[in-house]
Structures are given as C-alpha cells and as structure tokens.
Design a protein around this ligand. Structure first.
Ligand SMILES: Cc1cc2nc3c(=O)[nH]c(=O)nc-3n(C[C@H](O)[C@H](O)[C@H](O)COP(=O)(O)O)c2cc1C
Length: 163
C-alpha cells in the first residue's frame, strides 16, 4: 500500500507539469485578466481545452456570464507578465491592463499585444466537481500564433501552484 503523507502528496502533485497563461474575460464593460496554470488540451476534434478556475475569481464569473474567454500562453521570458495578473486589482484604460497593451479582438475580448499566441475559447461546460475550483471546458474557436516560443512553465517560474 502507498501511504498518504501530506508532504509527499504535495510534492507529487507539484510534479504535474503546467504552463502559465493569462486569461482575459469580459462581460459588458467588466474585464478580468488573471494568470492561471491548471490548463490542458482535452480533445482534438473538436479542439477542447480544460481549465480549473477558482470559484471566487472574477475570471470564472465573467467566463460563466459571457461564455467566452481568451487564453494567452506565456513564453519563457514573460515572468513579469505572469506576475502582473496574480492580483484581482486591475488598472484598466482603453490601451492597457496593468501596464500591458491590448486591443479588442474577437468576441469583444482584450487580446494582449506582446504575446506570441492566443486562443479564443467558447464555453462548453462548467462543472462544480466539489473542489475550490470549477472545471471549465471550452472549445477553441479562434487562434493566433505569430511565433512558436518555449513556454513558461510553473516549474521554470519562481512560483508554485498545486499540492
Ligand atoms: C503560480 C500561480 C498559478 C495559478 N493558477 C491558477 C489557476 O490555474 N486557476 C485559477 O483560477 N487561479 C490560479 N491562480 C490564482 C490567480 O492568479 C488569482 O486568483 C487571480 O488572478 C485573481 O484574479 P481574478 O479574481 O480577477 O480572476 C494562480 C496563481 C499563481 C500564483
């Protein structure tokens, strides 16, 4: 039998590989921009992505309300951008969010200028699986990748999320 040691549980879970992404969502004039990590592709046809979103997050609320979000995979050198969106407090004007320039893209979503790639996602299912995050599954309905860059992962970052 494998014993259940809390420290080993935490360490083992932190060996799950995750990238870092900035998710933007919008409902009316309200905008969320949030760095998330628990994200993975979960179907080829149709192309589906699964994300775990904190129940208390603005990103989750606006994604539920609008049925859309944009997911920006971060490149290895974009640690500062990841750090800028751990907070709930955003400084938004019509050109930038927390200092990062954006344009309004498909579905009225803010799309950041300085990212190499972006996925436009449409809600397919949001399930409360009994934890502190909901499991959100969304279909890729738009995508852009100007350059394939090495991805920023949680492991390569100064932070931990998981355990
Ligand atoms: C390294 C790291 C990874 C994170 N990953 C997630 C995640 O996968 N899902 C999530 O909902 N929040 C995640 N968070 C927390 C969000 O960044 C934070 O709750 C969010 O930005 C709050 O903003 P909001 O309420 O405006 O959405 C993570 C935080 C850190 C530090």
């Amino acid at each position: 039998m494998i014993p259940f040691d809390p420290a080993e549980k935490k360490a083992a879970l932190r060996m799950l590989s995750n990238g870092l992404f900035v998710l933007t969502a919008r409902s009316g004039d309200t905008i969320a921009a949030s760095t998330i990590s628990w994200t993975t592709q979960c179907s080829f046809v149709p192309p589906l992505v699964a994300m775990a979103l904190r129940k208390d997050s603005k990103a989750h609320t606006l994604f539920e309300q609008s049925g859309n979000c944009a997911l920006h995979p971060l490149a290895l050198e974009q640690v500062a951008m990841a750090k800028a969106f751990f907070t709930h407090d955003l400084e938004i004007d019509d050109r930038s969010i927390n200092g990062f320039r954006y344009e309004i893209g498909p579905r009225n979503l803010p799309i950041f200028d300085e990212v190499a790639a972006c996925l436009i996602l449409e809600k397919r299912a949001v399930t409360d699986v009994g934890g502190d995050h909901v499991l959100a599954v969304a279909e890729v309905v738009g995508a852009r990748c100007s350059e394939r860059k090495p991805a920023l992962t949680v492991e390569a970052s100064p932070w931990e999320y998981g355990g």
